[in-house]
Ligand binder design. Structure first.
Ligand code: YH5
Length: 298
């Protein structure tokens, strides 16, 4: 049996602000659909139209099988500039309220700011996805007060500069130790051990080779005893390996996501929800194929 099935079956169902997220190994990995609400995602730029467009995108992703919608108002792409708390609130809060009113889905807030965490959960978010792993001043306290599950992601440096010259002696051990330390900080801050998720942060201060090592050794992160979330969708390492631009990376992203599942990921963060849901279903069917089934039917 693969290690991730024998070692990490402890977690199963997460309570996300009134909605349940079943992560038990008896069900396929879940897909988290990406919903960017940054001005550059919309040609018109108007806030009202943005909220409307965002709801339509969310509804589409829910129809395609997303279990979670990850709403982000601060671009964390390599090279991106920071945004003020008020600007981020203005972008994400109307979108979260609208999704909560219109869709039966768990909403994740992609933020590092304590004020945004608080307001987003009040507005209906059921999970916090923080690429800074609650390192911002006040973030541990804010997340603790909300009580919702938190995804702790590893990032070396900050988005503006993180891809300059990433270096590690051992990327897997460095990232694993970092996540272990953040888990300890969360527990010390009163965050329940069983609401934490971990993510090695594919593409965040890592070279292509670093990213490949993280995928190949993902079961090490599952060994932390928390559900593993992984985001590889359309990322530049996939582009570089294939020589493909962002809109040509679907097949590469799907294979990479499937491998992440094989190595123990329980949630896949993706732009292309329908194709990713197909992948996790096929992964699950093969993984749970019953060798005795033919005989039983005779
Ligand atoms: C993640 O992995 N990623 S934002 C560059 C791209 C394509 C996509 C150059 N938030 C993650 O999606 N949260 C982001 O093409 C995340 N894990 C978690 N937990 C970056 C992104 C992207 C960047």
């Amino acid at each position: 049996m693969p290690a991730h099935l024998t070692l990490s079956t402890g977690f199963s169902v997460l309570e996300c602000n009134g909605k349940l997220l079943d992560l038990s190994p008896l069900t396929p990995p879940k897909v988290m659909g990406i919903l960017n609400v940054t001005p550059d995602s919309f040609s018109d730029g108007g806030l009202f139209l943005s909220a409307d467009n965002a709801l339509q995108q969310a509804q589409q992703m829910v129809q395609e099988g997303a279990a979670v919608i990850d709403v982000g108002g601060e671009s964390t792409r390599p090279g991106a500039e920071a945004v003020t708390e008020q600007a981020e609130l203005d972008r994400v809060i109307p979108v979260i309220e609208s999704i909560r009113e219109n869709c039966d889905v768990i909403i994740s807030i992609d933020t590092s700011k304590p004020g945004v965490m608080r307001e987003a959960v009040k507005a209906g978010a059921g999970m916090i996805n923080d690429v800074c792993a609650l390192r911002a001043p006040g973030a541990l306290q804010a997340a603790s007060e909300t009580g919702v599950p938190v995804c702790l992601m590893h990032m070396a440096g900050e988005p503006r500069t993180m891809q300059k010259n990433p270096e590690y002696v051992d990327v897997v051990q460095t990232v694993k130790s970092f996540l272990q330390e953040r888990i300890a900080c969360c527990e010390a801050a009163g965050i329940s051990s069983d609401v934490l998720l971990v993510d090695p942060g594919f593409g965040f201060g890592k070279t292509i080779d670093h990213n490949l090592q993280l995928v190949k050794n993902l079961s090490e992160f599952a060994d932390l005893g928390k559900p593993v979330l992984m985001g590889v969708s359309r990322k530049s390492s996939i582009g570089a390996l294939l020589g493909r631009s962002a809109n040509e990376r679907l097949a590469g992203s799907i294979v990479m996501a499937t491998l992440c599942c094989q190595y123990g990921a329980r949630i896949i963060r993706a732009h292309d929800v329908a194709a990713t849901v197909d992948a996790v279903k096929i992964y699950h069917a093969v993984t749970h194929a019953d060798n005795m089934a033919d005989e039983a039917h005779h």
